[in-house]
Structures are given as structure tokens and as C-alpha cells.
Design a protein around this ligand. Structure first.
Ligand SMILES: [Fe+2]
Length: 209
């Protein structure tokens, strides 16, 4: 493992948070979820959701229990698989031993309520067809924001998934632009948190008008 060194402060970082400053993060590297059946999970994410399996491993001995653990699940040699979820981002799963963990509460603090994937209009239709072919229920499509449609469904682990589509954007959905909000509307909401003018201006720095 390479030594992690502190990133140098980039020019213009003083302006971070301003409307014209780029975000400091570049999107999700990987999202790590849990299953107790990796084969079932791999079959579902490849065949139904439409991702490719790109890495299949067992975690090396020593990282599950004992001093080598750096936050991994506390079991040795777990399967840890990665799927390409598009746009250079990965979805990962750990396979817990059967019976070792109870199903979680997705509404718990620090739990994951759901994960939403952005899909093209063609894929939005195709995933609905694949769910129907399996006899899986799904909710929607629902227009959750103007011109933004979603379906909601559950993977076989009980993880709540969402597929989001901007039909008018075609193959190049404008994810961030699709949730654009006026500064005034955002301010009205933020004022329910604080009436400190300096705090409000800092939090509104990402809004253009
Ligand atoms: Fe959502």
C-alpha cells in the first residue's frame, strides 16, 4: 500500500465553495455494501441492473480480525467483489458469513437509505423490462423533479435501489443541473437552520441566482 501524502493546496482553493469553483470531490470511487450471498448478488447486478463485474477477490488473511483491521468487516477472507457502475465509479460488496449479521434498518442513522443510479432513457426502459421479466415489483416511473423520472426497487439483499432518468437529456443526463434550485428557494430553506447572515452567504455560495 502506497503511503498517503497530503495533497497540495491547489491554486484558487480560497475560492472553494464559490459558484464558479469546481467541487473538491470527483464523484464516488466505490460504494461498499453488504450481502451474505455473493453469487446471488453478482447475478443480480450483472443480469438485472446491467453492471459488469470487474474485480473478484477474497480479502487477504489478517485484515478481518486482529490488528490488521482498518475498518473492514470483522471476519477473515471475505469475498469482496466490485462492479463497474459507469462513469468510472465502482459498486462493491462484502460477503458476510451466513447468519453472522442481521438485516439492517435502512432508516437508521449511518445506515444507507437507498442508492440511485443514473441511466439513459434506453436503459431506463430496459431495466424495467428486466424487472418485469423476473416478476419483480417496482414503483414508478415517478416524476420526482421536473423532467427527472425514477423507479424504485429492491435488490435480493433488501437494498433499496433507484434508477433515475432525464428523458430530455438522452444519453448524457445532466445530473447536477437536474436538481438546480434558485438561490431564493434555497435561502428560505436554509433560514430554517440559521439566521446568521454570514453563515447563510457561505452556504449559498454554490447557487448562481
Ligand atoms: Fe433518491
Amino acid at each position: 500500500m502506497a503511503t498517503i501524502t497530503a495533497a497540495k493546496t491547489s491554486p484558487g482553493s480560497d475560492a472553494a465553495g464559490a459558484a464558479d469553483a469546481a467541487p473538491r470531490t470527483r464523484g464516488i470511487h466505490h460504494l461498499a455494501l453488504n450481502t451474505d450471498d455473493m453469487k446471488m448478488t453478482a447475478d443480480y447486478y450483472v443480469d438485472v441492473v446491467g453492471m459488469k463485474l470487474v474485480h473478484a477477490m477474497k480479502i487477504p488473511t489478517g485484515l478481518g480480525t486482529g490488528e490488521g483491521n482498518r475498518g473492514n468487516p470483522p471476519f477473515e477472507n471475505l469475498r469482496h467483489y466490485f462492479f463497474d457502475m459507469g462513469q468510472d465509479s465502482l459498486l462493491a460488496f462484502f460477503e458476510m458469513p451466513k447468519g453472522a449479521k442481521e438485516k439492517g434498518d435502512r432508516d437508521a442513522l449511518a445506515g444507507m437509505q437507498h442508492v440511485a443510479f443514473s441511466v439513459t432513457p434506453d436503459e431506463f426502459e430496459a431495466i424495467q423490462q428486466r424487472l418485469k421479466a423476473r416478476g419483480d415489483d417496482f414503483l414508478g416511473p415517478i416524476e420526482i423533479l421536473p423532467d427527472l423520472y425514477s423507479i424504485y426497487f429492491f435488490d435480493p439483499n433488501g437494498i433499496r435501489l433507484e434508477a433515475c432518468c432525464h428523458p430530455k437529456e438522452g444519453a448524457h443526463p445532466n445530473v447536477v443541473g437536474g436538481v438546480a434550485q434558485s438561490r431564493a428557494v434555497a435561502r428560505a430553506e436554509l433560514e430554517t437552520l440559521s439566521d446568521d447572515p454570514a453563515w447563510l452567504e457561505k452556504r449559498l455560495a454554490g447557487f448562481k441566482d
